[in-house]
Design a protein around this ligand. Structure first.
Ligand SMILES: [Zn+2]
Length: 178
């Protein structure tokens, strides 16, 4: 059954970006996420893997876990907005809890897992129901990521223009992978 047309909301992505800003101000990589049901934000989360240290404290996963019983009762009805392409862990959680669509701002060619959606029978079957919108308000998210890299020097692959060098897929990028 084809998906009905899905129009991402700038207001909801701005709410996710606000979470990313809070993460940045706390010294964490700026990633934010909100979960929307019937056009209402019902959960939010921010990345908090550095302070305090916990490598599972990703924005998407924290938002999901904060309303897990609701999601279990409303499968196929919720959308998640995230400011950075989800990793394998978060994308798996998004699929497992039955979120129906995901709106992504900036791409993450290094950790992002969208290219894994076709892998494995279980996820191929499940992800066939998932609508994915990429690059929505990516510039706003990228500005926060650039600021994080400028402040900390960390995760430089997320800085604007660095993705191709990390991926090593470009043959015409001066100073790229050698
Ligand atoms: Zn993640």
């Amino acid at each position: 059954m084809p998906h009905t047309y899905f129009k991402p909301s700038a207001e909801h992505m701005r709410a996710a970006l606000a979470q990313a800003q809070i993460a940045l101000d706390a010294g964490n990589l700026p990633v934010g996420a909100v979960i929307v049901h019937h056009d209402q934000v019902i959960a939010s989360g921010m990345n908090a893997i550095d302070y305090p240290p916990d490598d599972t404290h990703h924005a998407e996963l924290r938002a999901i876990q904060s309303i897990a019983p609701f999601l279990a009762a409303h499968k196929g009805e919720c959308t998640i907005y995230t400011t950075l392409e989800p990793c394998m862990m978060c994308l798996g959680a998004i699929i497992n809890v039955g979120i129906s669509s995901v709106v992504i701002a900036a791409a993450d060619s290094y950790v992002g897992a969208l290219n894994l959606l076709d892998g494995g029978d279980y996820y191929r079957m499940k992800s066939g129901k998932l609508q994915v919108e990429r690059g929505f308000m990516a510039d706003e998210s990228q500005a926060l990521l650039n600021e994080y890299v400028r402040r900390t020097g960390g995760r430089a692959h997320l800085a604007s223009g660095a993705a191709l060098q990390v991926a090593g897929t470009s043959s015409d990028t001066p100073g790229g992978r050698t």
